[in-house]
Design a protein around this ligand. Sequence first.
Ligand SMILES: Cc1cc2nc3c(=O)[nH]c(=O)nc-3n(C[C@H](O)[C@H](O)[C@H](O)COP(=O)(O)OP(=O)(O)OC[C@H]3O[C@@H](n4cnc5c(N)ncnc54)[C@H](O)[C@@H]3O)c2cc1C
Ligand SMILES: *[C@@H]1O[C@H](CO)[C@@H](O)[C@H](O)[C@H]1NC(C)=O
Ligand SMILES: *[C@@H]1O[C@H](CO)[C@@H](O)[C@H](O)[C@H]1NC(C)=O
Length: 406
Amino acid sequence: MATEQRKRNIVIIGGGIIGSTTAYFLSHHPNFNRERDSITLLEATKIAGGASGKAGGLLALWAYPSCIVPLSYKLHQELAEKHGGVDRWGYRAVHCGQIDMYGILHKNKAPSSMDKDRLDYVSLQKRSEKALGLLRAAGVPKELDWVAADGLRAYDEMGTPSTTAQVHPYQFTTSMASLAEEQGVNIIYGSATNIDQDAGAVKSVTYRPKDGSEEKTLDADTIILTAGPWTKTIWPDAPISALRAHSVTIRPSRPVSAYCLFTSIDLPRGNTRKSKTVTPEIYARPNNEVYACGEGDTLIPLPTSSDLVEVDESRCQDIVDEVTSISEELRDGEVTAKQACYLPNVSRGGGPMIGETKVRGLLMGAGHTCWGIQNAPGTAKCLSELVWEGKVKIANLSSLDPKKYM
Ligand SMILES: Cc1cc2nc3c(=O)[nH]c(=O)nc-3n(C[C@H](O)[C@H](O)[C@H](O)COP(=O)(O)OP(=O)(O)OC[C@H]3O[C@@H](n4cnc5c(N)ncnc54)[C@H](O)[C@@H]3O)c2cc1C
Ligand SMILES: *[C@@H]1O[C@H](CO)[C@@H](O)[C@H](O)[C@H]1NC(C)=O
Ligand SMILES: *[C@@H]1O[C@H](CO)[C@@H](O)[C@H](O)[C@H]1NC(C)=O
Protein backbone atom coordinates (compact mmCIF):
# COMPACT_ATOMS: atom_id res chain seq x y z
CA MET A 1 0.00 0.00 0.00
CA ALA A 2 1.35 3.39 -0.99
CA THR A 3 1.49 5.81 1.89
CA GLU A 4 -0.92 8.73 1.53
CA GLN A 5 1.06 11.75 0.51
CA ARG A 6 -1.67 14.02 -0.73
CA LYS A 7 -3.06 16.67 1.58
CA ARG A 8 -6.28 15.67 3.31
CA ASN A 9 -9.16 17.90 4.39
CA ILE A 10 -11.30 15.98 6.83
CA VAL A 11 -14.47 17.32 8.42
CA ILE A 12 -16.28 15.46 11.20
CA ILE A 13 -19.90 16.58 11.71
CA GLY A 14 -21.07 16.22 15.32
CA GLY A 15 -19.09 16.45 18.57
CA GLY A 16 -20.75 13.72 20.59
CA ILE A 17 -18.75 10.73 21.79
CA ILE A 18 -18.52 9.25 18.30
CA GLY A 19 -17.29 12.43 16.60
CA SER A 20 -14.93 13.42 19.43
CA THR A 21 -13.40 9.95 19.69
CA THR A 22 -13.08 9.80 15.89
CA ALA A 23 -11.22 13.14 16.02
CA TYR A 24 -8.94 11.59 18.65
CA PHE A 25 -8.10 8.45 16.62
CA LEU A 26 -7.74 10.32 13.32
CA SER A 27 -5.30 12.77 14.88
CA HIS A 28 -3.31 10.06 16.69
CA HIS A 29 -2.89 7.94 13.55
CA PRO A 30 0.74 7.85 12.28
CA ASN A 31 -0.34 8.89 8.77
CA PHE A 32 -1.75 12.20 10.03
CA ASN A 33 0.61 15.08 9.39
CA ARG A 34 -0.58 18.22 11.10
CA GLU A 35 1.55 20.46 8.86
CA ARG A 36 -0.05 19.02 5.74
CA ASP A 37 -3.53 17.75 6.64
CA SER A 38 -6.49 19.37 8.29
CA ILE A 39 -9.04 17.76 10.58
CA THR A 40 -12.04 19.82 11.66
CA LEU A 41 -14.63 18.80 14.23
CA LEU A 42 -17.82 20.74 13.53
CA GLU A 43 -20.18 20.80 16.52
CA ALA A 44 -23.53 22.59 16.42
CA THR A 45 -23.95 23.40 20.10
CA LYS A 46 -21.59 21.99 22.70
CA ILE A 47 -19.22 19.01 22.87
CA ALA A 48 -21.13 16.18 24.60
CA GLY A 49 -24.25 18.34 24.86
CA GLY A 50 -26.51 15.44 23.82
CA ALA A 51 -26.73 11.78 24.85
CA SER A 52 -22.95 11.51 25.02
CA GLY A 53 -22.92 13.80 28.06
CA LYS A 54 -26.00 12.37 29.73
CA ALA A 55 -25.71 8.61 29.26
CA GLY A 56 -24.97 6.08 31.97
CA GLY A 57 -21.52 5.09 30.77
CA LEU A 58 -21.65 1.32 31.17
CA LEU A 59 -19.07 -0.66 29.17
CA ALA A 60 -19.56 -4.38 28.75
CA LEU A 61 -18.01 -7.27 26.89
CA TRP A 62 -21.52 -8.70 26.72
CA ALA A 63 -22.88 -5.64 24.82
CA TYR A 64 -23.64 -5.72 21.06
CA PRO A 65 -22.82 -5.85 18.16
CA SER A 66 -20.17 -8.50 18.68
CA CYS A 67 -18.09 -7.43 15.66
CA ILE A 68 -17.02 -4.28 17.50
CA VAL A 69 -17.61 -4.78 21.22
CA PRO A 70 -14.40 -6.65 22.24
CA LEU A 71 -12.22 -4.22 20.26
CA SER A 72 -13.95 -1.20 21.74
CA TYR A 73 -13.89 -2.57 25.29
CA LYS A 74 -10.14 -3.14 25.01
CA LEU A 75 -9.55 0.33 23.52
CA HIS A 76 -11.40 1.89 26.48
CA GLN A 77 -8.96 0.10 28.78
CA GLU A 78 -5.96 1.29 26.74
CA LEU A 79 -7.18 4.89 26.55
CA ALA A 80 -7.70 4.93 30.31
CA GLU A 81 -4.17 3.62 30.89
CA LYS A 82 -2.60 6.04 28.42
CA HIS A 83 -4.35 9.20 29.58
CA GLY A 84 -5.09 8.63 33.26
CA GLY A 85 -8.75 7.82 32.60
CA VAL A 86 -9.30 6.61 36.16
CA ASP A 87 -8.93 10.17 37.44
CA ARG A 88 -9.81 12.04 34.28
CA TRP A 89 -13.07 10.31 33.30
CA GLY A 90 -13.92 7.90 36.10
CA TYR A 91 -12.90 4.72 34.30
CA ARG A 92 -13.23 1.68 36.54
CA ALA A 93 -14.27 -1.98 36.50
CA VAL A 94 -17.67 -2.67 38.06
CA HIS A 95 -20.05 -5.43 39.01
CA CYS A 96 -23.34 -5.63 37.17
CA GLY A 97 -26.54 -7.39 38.08
CA GLN A 98 -30.25 -7.70 37.44
CA ILE A 99 -32.26 -7.13 40.60
CA ASP A 100 -35.98 -7.68 41.10
CA MET A 101 -37.52 -5.82 44.03
CA TYR A 102 -40.70 -4.66 45.67
CA GLY A 103 -40.45 -0.90 46.07
CA ILE A 104 -41.94 1.44 48.64
CA LEU A 105 -43.09 4.86 47.44
CA HIS A 106 -42.03 7.73 49.66
CA LYS A 107 -43.46 10.67 47.77
CA ASN A 108 -46.92 10.48 49.38
CA LYS A 109 -47.05 12.74 52.39
CA ALA A 110 -49.65 10.39 53.87
CA PRO A 111 -48.84 6.88 52.80
CA SER A 112 -51.53 4.24 53.00
CA SER A 113 -51.33 2.16 56.14
CA MET A 114 -49.92 -0.74 54.18
CA ASP A 115 -47.17 1.40 52.72
CA LYS A 116 -46.50 2.99 56.06
CA ASP A 117 -45.85 -0.32 57.77
CA ARG A 118 -43.39 -1.24 55.10
CA LEU A 119 -41.78 2.17 55.18
CA ASP A 120 -41.22 1.97 58.92
CA TYR A 121 -39.85 -1.50 58.55
CA VAL A 122 -37.29 -0.32 56.01
CA SER A 123 -36.15 2.71 57.94
CA LEU A 124 -35.81 0.83 61.20
CA GLN A 125 -33.86 -1.94 59.67
CA LYS A 126 -30.87 0.03 58.45
CA ARG A 127 -28.09 -2.33 57.61
CA SER A 128 -28.61 -4.73 60.47
CA GLU A 129 -27.03 -8.16 60.45
CA LYS A 130 -30.49 -9.56 59.82
CA ALA A 131 -31.02 -7.35 56.75
CA LEU A 132 -27.65 -8.25 55.31
CA GLY A 133 -28.42 -11.89 55.94
CA LEU A 134 -31.61 -11.57 53.92
CA LEU A 135 -29.75 -10.01 51.02
CA ARG A 136 -27.12 -12.71 51.02
CA ALA A 137 -29.72 -15.45 51.21
CA ALA A 138 -31.22 -14.09 47.97
CA GLY A 139 -27.83 -14.29 46.26
CA VAL A 140 -26.99 -10.60 46.57
CA PRO A 141 -23.22 -10.17 46.89
CA LYS A 142 -21.95 -8.97 50.25
CA GLU A 143 -20.72 -5.62 48.89
CA LEU A 144 -24.10 -4.71 47.39
CA ASP A 145 -25.45 -3.44 50.70
CA TRP A 146 -27.31 -0.35 49.48
CA VAL A 147 -30.58 -1.98 48.41
CA ALA A 148 -33.36 -2.57 50.97
CA ALA A 149 -33.33 -6.17 52.14
CA ASP A 150 -37.05 -6.59 52.70
CA GLY A 151 -38.04 -5.72 49.13
CA LEU A 152 -35.79 -8.23 47.48
CA ARG A 153 -37.15 -10.88 45.13
CA ALA A 154 -34.22 -12.03 43.02
CA TYR A 155 -30.68 -11.14 42.01
CA ASP A 156 -28.75 -12.40 39.00
CA GLU A 157 -25.20 -11.51 38.14
CA MET A 158 -24.85 -10.07 34.61
CA GLY A 159 -21.22 -9.08 34.61
CA THR A 160 -18.12 -9.07 36.77
CA PRO A 161 -15.28 -6.53 36.95
CA SER A 162 -13.46 -8.54 34.27
CA THR A 163 -16.35 -8.16 31.78
CA THR A 164 -17.91 -4.86 32.85
CA ALA A 165 -16.57 -1.34 33.36
CA GLN A 166 -17.75 2.25 33.25
CA VAL A 167 -16.75 5.78 32.33
CA HIS A 168 -18.27 9.17 33.05
CA PRO A 169 -19.48 9.86 29.48
CA TYR A 170 -19.30 13.68 29.63
CA GLN A 171 -15.77 13.62 31.05
CA PHE A 172 -14.69 10.96 28.56
CA THR A 173 -16.12 12.76 25.53
CA THR A 174 -14.76 16.20 26.43
CA SER A 175 -11.35 14.62 27.17
CA MET A 176 -11.30 12.97 23.73
CA ALA A 177 -12.11 16.33 22.13
CA SER A 178 -9.34 18.13 24.07
CA LEU A 179 -6.76 15.43 23.36
CA ALA A 180 -7.67 15.65 19.67
CA GLU A 181 -7.34 19.43 19.81
CA GLU A 182 -3.87 19.13 21.38
CA GLN A 183 -2.93 16.93 18.43
CA GLY A 184 -4.00 19.57 15.90
CA VAL A 185 -7.74 19.08 15.38
CA ASN A 186 -9.63 22.32 14.84
CA ILE A 187 -12.97 22.50 16.69
CA ILE A 188 -15.56 24.80 15.10
CA TYR A 189 -18.97 25.61 16.54
CA GLY A 190 -21.62 25.69 13.87
CA SER A 191 -24.45 23.64 12.47
CA ALA A 192 -23.87 21.77 9.20
CA THR A 193 -26.65 22.59 6.77
CA ASN A 194 -25.43 20.82 3.65
CA ILE A 195 -22.94 18.28 2.40
CA ASP A 196 -21.92 19.67 -0.98
CA GLN A 197 -21.05 17.20 -3.75
CA ASP A 198 -19.38 17.22 -7.11
CA ALA A 199 -19.66 14.24 -9.49
CA GLY A 200 -20.64 11.75 -6.80
CA ALA A 201 -17.95 12.83 -4.36
CA VAL A 202 -18.02 15.17 -1.39
CA LYS A 203 -16.65 18.65 -1.95
CA SER A 204 -17.44 20.75 1.11
CA VAL A 205 -19.64 21.27 4.13
CA THR A 206 -21.81 24.35 4.45
CA TYR A 207 -22.57 25.40 8.01
CA ARG A 208 -24.26 28.12 10.05
CA PRO A 209 -21.79 29.42 12.65
CA LYS A 210 -23.06 29.29 16.23
CA ASP A 211 -22.31 32.99 16.70
CA GLY A 212 -25.08 33.82 14.21
CA SER A 213 -22.78 35.09 11.47
CA GLU A 214 -23.32 34.25 7.80
CA GLU A 215 -23.13 30.71 6.43
CA LYS A 216 -19.63 29.45 5.73
CA THR A 217 -18.13 26.59 3.73
CA LEU A 218 -15.38 24.16 4.66
CA ASP A 219 -13.63 22.34 1.81
CA ALA A 220 -13.45 18.62 2.40
CA ASP A 221 -12.33 15.47 0.61
CA THR A 222 -13.55 13.37 3.52
CA ILE A 223 -16.68 14.03 5.58
CA ILE A 224 -17.56 11.86 8.56
CA LEU A 225 -21.15 12.06 9.71
CA THR A 226 -21.38 11.48 13.45
CA ALA A 227 -24.45 13.53 14.36
CA GLY A 228 -26.17 10.82 16.42
CA PRO A 229 -29.96 11.24 16.42
CA TRP A 230 -29.58 14.37 14.24
CA THR A 231 -27.92 12.47 11.39
CA LYS A 232 -31.13 12.42 9.36
CA THR A 233 -31.43 16.22 9.45
CA ILE A 234 -28.19 16.45 7.44
CA TRP A 235 -28.51 13.20 5.49
CA PRO A 236 -32.21 12.41 5.04
CA ASP A 237 -31.57 8.87 3.74
CA ALA A 238 -30.11 7.76 7.07
CA PRO A 239 -32.60 5.40 8.77
CA ILE A 240 -31.98 6.86 12.21
CA SER A 241 -34.75 8.04 14.49
CA ALA A 242 -34.55 9.63 17.94
CA LEU A 243 -35.88 8.48 21.27
CA ARG A 244 -35.97 10.77 24.32
CA ALA A 245 -34.86 9.44 27.70
CA HIS A 246 -34.67 11.12 31.10
CA SER A 247 -32.07 10.57 33.78
CA VAL A 248 -31.02 11.87 37.18
CA THR A 249 -27.94 11.85 39.36
CA ILE A 250 -28.06 11.48 43.12
CA ARG A 251 -25.42 11.99 45.79
CA PRO A 252 -26.16 9.08 48.14
CA SER A 253 -26.16 9.51 51.91
CA ARG A 254 -22.97 7.44 52.10
CA PRO A 255 -20.57 6.16 49.44
CA VAL A 256 -22.00 3.07 47.70
CA SER A 257 -20.13 0.11 46.22
CA ALA A 258 -19.34 -0.19 42.49
CA TYR A 259 -22.45 -1.89 41.13
CA CYS A 260 -24.49 -1.17 38.03
CA LEU A 261 -28.01 -2.50 38.41
CA PHE A 262 -30.68 -3.32 35.89
CA THR A 263 -33.83 -3.36 37.96
CA SER A 264 -37.39 -4.53 37.85
CA ILE A 265 -39.33 -2.87 40.65
CA ASP A 266 -42.93 -3.54 41.59
CA LEU A 267 -44.39 -0.32 42.94
CA PRO A 268 -47.71 0.08 44.71
CA ARG A 269 -49.97 2.36 42.63
CA GLY A 270 -51.70 5.06 44.71
CA ASN A 271 -54.16 3.69 47.23
CA THR A 272 -55.06 0.59 45.26
CA ARG A 273 -53.40 -2.71 45.81
CA LYS A 274 -52.49 -2.95 42.13
CA SER A 275 -48.84 -2.53 41.41
CA LYS A 276 -46.91 -1.37 38.39
CA THR A 277 -43.52 -2.56 37.28
CA VAL A 278 -40.76 -0.10 36.45
CA THR A 279 -37.26 -0.84 35.21
CA PRO A 280 -34.82 2.00 35.89
CA GLU A 281 -31.10 1.35 35.49
CA ILE A 282 -29.00 2.44 38.47
CA TYR A 283 -25.25 2.94 38.14
CA ALA A 284 -22.99 3.71 41.08
CA ARG A 285 -20.17 6.02 39.98
CA PRO A 286 -16.92 7.12 41.58
CA ASN A 287 -16.95 10.36 43.58
CA ASN A 288 -20.10 9.50 45.49
CA GLU A 289 -22.51 9.79 42.59
CA VAL A 290 -25.28 7.48 41.45
CA TYR A 291 -26.79 7.76 37.96
CA ALA A 292 -30.26 6.48 37.13
CA CYS A 293 -32.25 6.49 33.90
CA GLY A 294 -35.75 5.48 32.95
CA GLU A 295 -37.47 4.28 29.83
CA GLY A 296 -37.71 6.28 26.62
CA ASP A 297 -40.70 8.27 25.42
CA THR A 298 -41.84 9.63 22.07
CA LEU A 299 -43.88 12.57 23.41
CA ILE A 300 -41.67 15.34 22.07
CA PRO A 301 -39.90 15.03 18.72
CA LEU A 302 -36.18 15.75 18.41
CA PRO A 303 -35.57 19.52 18.68
CA THR A 304 -33.19 21.24 16.26
CA SER A 305 -30.30 21.30 18.74
CA SER A 306 -29.16 19.71 22.00
CA ASP A 307 -29.66 22.90 24.05
CA LEU A 308 -33.38 22.90 23.17
CA VAL A 309 -34.11 19.47 24.64
CA GLU A 310 -37.09 19.72 26.99
CA VAL A 311 -36.71 18.18 30.42
CA ASP A 312 -39.96 16.91 31.89
CA GLU A 313 -39.55 17.38 35.65
CA SER A 314 -42.25 14.86 36.44
CA ARG A 315 -40.51 12.09 34.51
CA CYS A 316 -37.30 12.83 36.39
CA GLN A 317 -39.22 12.75 39.65
CA ASP A 318 -40.66 9.36 38.65
CA ILE A 319 -37.12 8.01 38.31
CA VAL A 320 -36.19 9.48 41.71
CA ASP A 321 -39.29 7.91 43.29
CA GLU A 322 -38.54 4.58 41.67
CA VAL A 323 -34.93 4.29 42.72
CA THR A 324 -35.46 5.71 46.21
CA SER A 325 -38.14 3.04 46.70
CA ILE A 326 -35.46 0.36 46.93
CA SER A 327 -32.59 2.14 48.68
CA GLU A 328 -32.29 4.17 51.85
CA GLU A 329 -28.93 5.48 50.73
CA LEU A 330 -30.60 7.00 47.65
CA ARG A 331 -33.71 8.10 49.54
CA ASP A 332 -31.62 9.98 52.08
CA GLY A 333 -29.35 11.36 49.37
CA GLU A 334 -29.54 14.54 47.33
CA VAL A 335 -30.70 14.80 43.71
CA THR A 336 -27.90 16.62 41.86
CA ALA A 337 -29.15 16.62 38.23
CA LYS A 338 -32.38 16.14 36.30
CA GLN A 339 -31.84 15.85 32.56
CA ALA A 340 -33.00 14.44 29.23
CA CYS A 341 -31.42 13.54 25.90
CA TYR A 342 -32.14 11.68 22.66
CA LEU A 343 -30.83 8.26 21.82
CA PRO A 344 -30.00 7.52 18.17
CA ASN A 345 -32.18 4.59 17.10
CA VAL A 346 -31.67 2.69 13.87
CA SER A 347 -35.26 2.38 12.75
CA ARG A 348 -34.59 -0.72 10.67
CA GLY A 349 -32.85 -2.37 13.60
CA GLY A 350 -29.29 -3.55 13.87
CA GLY A 351 -27.27 -0.31 14.14
CA PRO A 352 -24.77 1.28 14.28
CA MET A 353 -23.72 2.09 10.72
CA ILE A 354 -19.98 2.46 10.34
CA GLY A 355 -18.09 2.95 7.09
CA GLU A 356 -18.38 4.37 3.59
CA THR A 357 -21.60 5.44 1.94
CA LYS A 358 -22.45 5.47 -1.75
CA VAL A 359 -21.10 9.03 -1.99
CA ARG A 360 -17.32 9.07 -2.40
CA GLY A 361 -15.63 10.58 0.64
CA LEU A 362 -18.75 10.47 2.81
CA LEU A 363 -18.27 8.21 5.82
CA MET A 364 -20.65 7.53 8.62
CA GLY A 365 -20.44 6.53 12.26
CA ALA A 366 -23.98 6.84 13.57
CA GLY A 367 -26.95 5.01 15.03
CA HIS A 368 -25.29 3.58 18.13
CA THR A 369 -28.56 3.03 20.04
CA CYS A 370 -27.96 2.24 23.71
CA TRP A 371 -24.28 1.20 23.40
CA GLY A 372 -22.61 4.28 21.93
CA ILE A 373 -20.39 4.90 24.93
CA GLN A 374 -19.17 1.31 24.92
CA ASN A 375 -18.67 1.24 21.14
CA ALA A 376 -17.19 4.70 20.49
CA PRO A 377 -13.45 3.86 20.55
CA GLY A 378 -13.93 0.83 18.29
CA THR A 379 -16.01 2.87 15.86
CA ALA A 380 -13.43 5.66 15.86
CA LYS A 381 -10.44 3.36 15.43
CA CYS A 382 -12.09 1.66 12.43
CA LEU A 383 -13.00 5.00 10.85
CA SER A 384 -9.43 6.22 11.29
CA GLU A 385 -8.11 3.12 9.49
CA LEU A 386 -10.60 3.65 6.69
CA VAL A 387 -9.48 7.25 6.26
CA TRP A 388 -5.71 6.78 6.58
CA GLU A 389 -5.22 3.22 5.30
CA GLY A 390 -8.09 2.88 2.86
CA LYS A 391 -9.80 0.02 4.67
CA VAL A 392 -10.75 -1.30 8.07
CA LYS A 393 -8.24 -3.92 9.16
CA ILE A 394 -8.77 -4.37 12.86
CA ALA A 395 -12.37 -5.65 12.74
CA ASN A 396 -14.90 -7.07 10.30
CA LEU A 397 -17.64 -4.47 10.07
CA SER A 398 -19.40 -5.87 7.01
CA SER A 399 -22.64 -6.26 8.96
CA LEU A 400 -22.57 -2.54 9.86
CA ASP A 401 -21.97 -1.31 6.29
CA PRO A 402 -24.05 1.87 5.74
CA LYS A 403 -24.52 0.88 2.08
CA LYS A 404 -26.74 -1.95 3.28
CA TYR A 405 -29.14 0.51 4.85
CA MET A 406 -29.21 3.48 2.51
C1 LIG B 1 -30.46 7.55 29.06
C2 LIG B 1 -29.35 6.97 28.24
C3 LIG B 1 -28.41 6.14 28.83
C4 LIG B 1 -27.38 5.56 28.08
N1 LIG B 1 -26.46 4.77 28.69
C5 LIG B 1 -25.46 4.20 27.95
C6 LIG B 1 -24.50 3.36 28.58
O1 LIG B 1 -24.54 3.13 29.79
N2 LIG B 1 -23.54 2.80 27.80
C7 LIG B 1 -23.46 3.01 26.45
O2 LIG B 1 -22.59 2.46 25.81
N3 LIG B 1 -24.35 3.84 25.85
C8 LIG B 1 -25.35 4.43 26.56
N4 LIG B 1 -26.26 5.23 25.95
C9 LIG B 1 -26.18 5.45 24.49
C10 LIG B 1 -25.22 6.58 24.13
O3 LIG B 1 -25.50 7.70 24.93
C11 LIG B 1 -25.36 6.95 22.66
O4 LIG B 1 -25.31 5.80 21.84
C12 LIG B 1 -24.23 7.89 22.24
O5 LIG B 1 -24.11 8.96 23.14
C13 LIG B 1 -24.42 8.40 20.85
O6 LIG B 1 -23.36 9.28 20.56
P1 LIG B 1 -23.32 10.14 19.27
O7 LIG B 1 -22.01 10.85 19.27
O8 LIG B 1 -23.66 9.29 18.10
O9 LIG B 1 -24.56 11.15 19.39
P2 LIG B 1 -24.76 12.49 20.28
O10 LIG B 1 -24.21 12.37 21.62
O11 LIG B 1 -26.18 12.85 20.14
O12 LIG B 1 -23.87 13.56 19.51
C14 LIG B 1 -24.26 14.10 18.28
C15 LIG B 1 -23.69 15.49 18.20
O13 LIG B 1 -23.94 16.02 16.90
C16 LIG B 1 -24.21 17.40 17.03
N5 LIG B 1 -24.95 17.83 15.84
C17 LIG B 1 -26.22 17.55 15.51
N6 LIG B 1 -26.54 18.12 14.35
C18 LIG B 1 -25.44 18.77 13.92
C19 LIG B 1 -25.16 19.57 12.76
N7 LIG B 1 -26.07 19.80 11.81
N8 LIG B 1 -23.92 20.09 12.64
C20 LIG B 1 -22.98 19.89 13.61
N9 LIG B 1 -23.20 19.14 14.70
C21 LIG B 1 -24.41 18.59 14.86
C22 LIG B 1 -25.04 17.48 18.30
O14 LIG B 1 -25.02 18.79 18.82
C23 LIG B 1 -24.35 16.47 19.18
O15 LIG B 1 -23.34 17.04 19.97
C24 LIG B 1 -27.30 5.83 26.69
C25 LIG B 1 -28.24 6.68 26.10
C26 LIG B 1 -29.27 7.24 26.84
C27 LIG B 1 -30.25 8.13 26.18
C1 LIG C 1 -36.38 2.11 17.23
O1 LIG C 1 -36.00 1.08 16.35
C2 LIG C 1 -36.77 -0.07 16.44
C3 LIG C 1 -36.19 -1.10 15.49
O2 LIG C 1 -34.99 -1.56 16.01
C4 LIG C 1 -38.22 0.24 16.11
O3 LIG C 1 -39.01 -0.92 16.28
C5 LIG C 1 -38.72 1.33 17.03
O4 LIG C 1 -40.01 1.72 16.63
C6 LIG C 1 -37.81 2.53 17.00
N1 LIG C 1 -38.25 3.48 17.99
C7 LIG C 1 -38.34 4.78 17.75
C8 LIG C 1 -38.85 5.62 18.85
O5 LIG C 1 -38.03 5.28 16.70
C1 LIG D 1 -17.09 -10.71 7.81
O1 LIG D 1 -18.28 -11.06 8.46
C2 LIG D 1 -19.31 -11.50 7.57
C3 LIG D 1 -20.54 -11.78 8.41
O2 LIG D 1 -20.93 -10.65 9.09
C4 LIG D 1 -18.86 -12.73 6.82
O3 LIG D 1 -19.87 -13.11 5.90
C5 LIG D 1 -17.57 -12.43 6.08
O4 LIG D 1 -17.09 -13.61 5.50
C6 LIG D 1 -16.52 -11.87 7.03
N1 LIG D 1 -15.35 -11.45 6.27
C7 LIG D 1 -14.12 -11.78 6.60
C8 LIG D 1 -13.04 -11.25 5.72
O5 LIG D 1 -13.85 -12.48 7.57
